[in-house]
Design a protein around this ligand. Structure first.
Ligand code: ADP
Length: 556
C-alpha cells in the first residue's frame, strides 16, 4: 500500500466518521428531529392533546402531553400555553387548572391558545431547519478540509522540493476555502526566528522574497501559536480597526494560526486570514489541523530528501576529486617508475661489471659492498616491475585471450629451476597429468606475473635443503594452481594481510631477501580481475606455506 493510499483511506474513514456523527446528531436527538417528522408530530399530537384538554380527559391529555415533551414539542407548547394564560392574567390556571380554564374558555380565548400552539410549532420547525442546514454546511466544510488534506498529501508526494511544496500548499488552501491570505512560517535551526517561506498574493510573494522574519517568541499571533503549540483564533471586534497583532493586511477581520508539528516538534505555523469576521469557526480548527499535520510531515520529508540529495552531490563531487587524484597518482608513479628503470639497469650493470673484475681487482670488503648494491638494485627493479604491472592493470583495455595455464606454469617452472638449484631447493611440478590444457581467459604477461610471483616467493622464503612443489589441475568450471613449500611459513593471523600492498610479515627481511611487499597484492588484484581468487595457508612458523589460485576455466 502506498503512502497516498494510506492518506486517502484515513481521509475516507474520517469523513465517514464525521457523517455518522452528524447524522446521529441530526436524527437521534429530539432537538434535531427532522422537520417533516416534527410537523407531523406537532400537528397531530398537539391537536389530540388540545382536544383531550377541552374534553377534560386528564389521562389522555397527560399521555399526549408527555409524548409531545419526549419529541421536543410539548415543552414548547406547554410553556407557550402558560405564557398565553399569563397574558390573560390567568396564570393561576397553569398546570392542572388548565383543564378547567379550557372548559370555561370562550371562543376567542380558545382561538388565541390554539393560534399560539400553531405559531410555536412553526417557530420550532424554523429553528430545526436552521440547525439542519448549519450542520449540513459544517459537514461540507469538514469534507472539503479532509479532501484538501488528502490533496496536500498527494502534492507532497509529487513535489519533493520544499519551496514548490509550500507554495502549492498556500495556494491550494486559499483557493479551496476562499481565503484572502495564507502564509507559512518555518522556524530556523535554533528556533529563534520564524521565516516567511510561502504566502499567497503579490504582497505575500514580495514579503516572502524579502525573507520576512518574525522573532519566534514575539507577541503576535504567529509567535503565540509557536510558543503555545496551540491554534490561535482572532476575530476583529466592532470597536477595532484592525486585528491587534495579526496582519499587515488592513482588511483582515479574522485570522486562524495553526502550529505545524511533526514528530512532536513544532517546525513552524500556518496563518490563514479572511476579510470576513465569520470566516473561521472553532470547529474549523479540527479540519485545518489535520491539513497542517499532513503539511508538516510533507515538509519533513522534503527536507530529508533535500539533505539526502545534498549529501549525494557532495559524495559525487568527492568521488570525482578522488578519481582525479588517483589518475594523477598513477601518472606520477608510472613516470617515476619508467625514469627509475634506466638508472637501475646502469647501476646493476656496473655493479656486475665491477664484481666480475673488469674494472680492476676488488677486495673482499668491496665485493660485499658491491653485492649489497646488486641485491638492492635488483629488489628495486623487481618493485618497479610490480608497480608498472599494477598500474597497467587498471589502464589495460586490451582483449583477453584463452591461454593454457599448463604451458605458462611449465615455462615458469623451467625458468626457476636454475634459481632453485642455486639455492639448494628441490623444485618439482605435477601439471594436470590427467590431460587438459587448463584454459583460462587472461593476458599472457599477467598470467606469467601471477605464477612467477608465487614461485619466486616460495623459493625466496624456503631455506636451502627445502622443497617447492607445484600442482595444477582442473575441476568442473575452474582451474587450480597450488604452490607449496617447506619454508619459513606464515603466522596464522597474517595469512590474510600478506595480500595487502606493502605488507611483509617481517619488514627486516627486506634487507636480507629483498622485495617490497607488492608481489602478492599484484597477484590478488590480477586474479580477482579475472574472476578468480587466491588464498594462503600455513600451519605456522617454519612449517611451510601453500598458496592456491583458482581461475574460471574456459572450453573452446
Ligand atoms: P615481498 O615478497 O616482496 O615481500 P609479497 O607481497 O610477495 O612481497 O609477499 C608479502 C609477504 O608475505 C612477504 O614479505 C612474506 O612475509 C610473506 N610471504 C609471501 N610468500 C611467502 C612464502 N611462500 N612463505 C612465507 N612467507 C611468505
Amino acid at each position: 500500500m502506498t503512502y497516498i493510499d494510506v492518506i486517502n483511506e484515513q481521509a475516507a474513514e474520517l469523513t465517514a466518521l464525521l457523517l455518522q456523527n452528524l447524522r446521529e446528531a441530526l436524527f437521534s436527538s429530539r432537538a434535531y428531529l427532522r422537520p417533516s417528522d416534527l410537523q407531523q408530530v406537532a400537528d397531530t399530537q398537539t391537536r389530540v392533546f388540545l382536544a383531550a384538554i377541552v374534553r377534560r380527559d386528564a389521562e389522555e391529555a397527560q399521555r399526549h402531553g408527555a409524548y409531545l415533551c419526549t419529541v421536543g414539542v410539548g415543552e414548547q407548547v406547554v410553556l407557550g400555553l402558560n405564557r398565553t394564560l399569563q397574558r390573560f392574567g390567568l396564570q393561576h390556571l397553569a398546570g392542572e387548572a388548565l383543564h378547567d380554564f379550557l372548559e370555561r374558555a370562550d371562543e376567542h380565548q380558545r382561538h388565541v391558545v390554539e393560534g399560539y400552539i400553531a405559531q410555536s410549532t412553526a417557530q420550532i420547525l424554523e429553528e430545526q431547519e436552521r440547525i439542519r442546514s448549519a450542520l449540513q454546511q459544517n459537514l461540507q466544510r469538514y469534507t472539503l478540509q479532509l479532501e484538501t488534506a488528502a490533496e496536500l498529501a498527494r502534492t507532497a508526494i509529487s513535489t519533493l522540493e520544499l519551496g514548490s511544496l509550500l507554495t502549492s500548499a498556500v495556494d491550494l488552501i486559499s483557493a479551496r476555502f476562499g481565503l484572502d491570505y495564507v502564509a507559512i512560517y518555518l522556524l530556523d535551526e535554533d528556533d529563534r526566528y520564524a521565516e516567511l517561506r510561502a504566502a499567497t498574493g503579490m504582497g505575500g510573494r514580495i514579503r516572502q522574497a524579502a525573507r520576512h522574519k518574525l522573532r519566534a517568541n514575539s507577541g503576535n499571533s504567529v509567535g503565540k501559536c509557536l510558543a503555545s503549540r496551540q491554534h490561535i483564533l482572532l476575530v476583529l471586534r466592532n470597536d477595532e480597526h484592525s486585528l491587534p497583532s495579526a496582519s499587515w493586511l488592513e482588511d483582515t477581520r479574522a485570522e486562524m494560526v495553526l502550529p505545524l508539528i511533526t514528530h512532536g516538534r513544532v517546525i513552524g505555523a500556518l496563518s490563514a486570514q479572511s476579510t470576513r469576521p465569520a470566516a473561521f469557526s472553532s470547529q474549523d480548527v479540527i479540519g485545518f489541523q489535520i491539513m497542517c499535520d499532513q503539511l508538516a510531515n510533507a515538509i519533513e520529508n522534503a527536507r530529508l530528501y533535500a539533505d539526502a540529495q545534498r549529501r549525494a552531490e557532495d559524495l559525487a563531487h568527492a568521488y570525482d576529486q578522488l578519481k582525479e587524484l588517483e589518475t594523477l597518482k598513477d601518472q606520477f608513479m608510472q613516470n617515476i617508475s619508467h625514469e627509475l628503470r634506466t638508472p637501475l639497469t646502469m647501476i646493476r650493470g656496473y655493479a656486475e661489471f665491477m664484481l666480475g673484475g673488469q674494472l680492476g681487482d676488488v677486495d673482499d670488503s668491496q665485493r660485499d659492498a658491491l653485492q649489497v648494491i646488486l641485491r638492492n638494485s635488483e629488489a628495486l627493479s623487481e618493485m618497479v616491475t610490480d608497480i608498472l604491472a599494477m598500474l597497467e592493470l587498471s589502464a589495460t583495455k586490451t582483449a583477453l585471450t584463452a591461454l593454457s595455464m599448463r604451458e605458462a606454469v611449465q615455462d615458469s617452472v623451467i625458468g626457476f629451476q636454475i634459481v632453485a638449484a642455486a639455492n639448494g631447493i628441490a623444485l618439482d611440478a605435477d601439471l594436470a597429468s590427467g590431460g587438459g590444457a587448463c584454459l583460462v581467459m587472461a593476458r599472457p604477461n599477467h598470467l606469467r606475473r601471477i605464477i612467477d610471483n608465487l614461485l619466486g616467493n616460495a623459493l625466496k622464503f624456503t631455506p636451502s635443503g627445502g622443497q617447492v612443489h607445484v600442482r595444477l589441475w582442473e575441476r568442473e568450471q575452474r582451474v587450480y594452481l597450488e604452490v607449496s613449500d617447506t619454508g619459513i611459513g606464515i603466522p596464522v593471523h597474517f595469512q590474510e594481510r600478506i595480500f595487502d600492498r606493502f605488507f611483509q610479515v617481517d619488514s627486516s627481511q627486506r634487507r636480507t631477501r629483498g622485495g617490497a611487499g607488492l608481489g602478492l597484492a599484484l597477484v590478488r588484484e590480477l586474479v580477482q580481475s579475472y574472476g578468480g581468487s587466491v588464498s594462503a595457508v600455513s600451519p605456522g612458523v617454519d612449517l611451510g606455506s601453500t598458496f592456491t589460485v583458482t581461475l574460471p576455466r574456459v572450453t573452446l
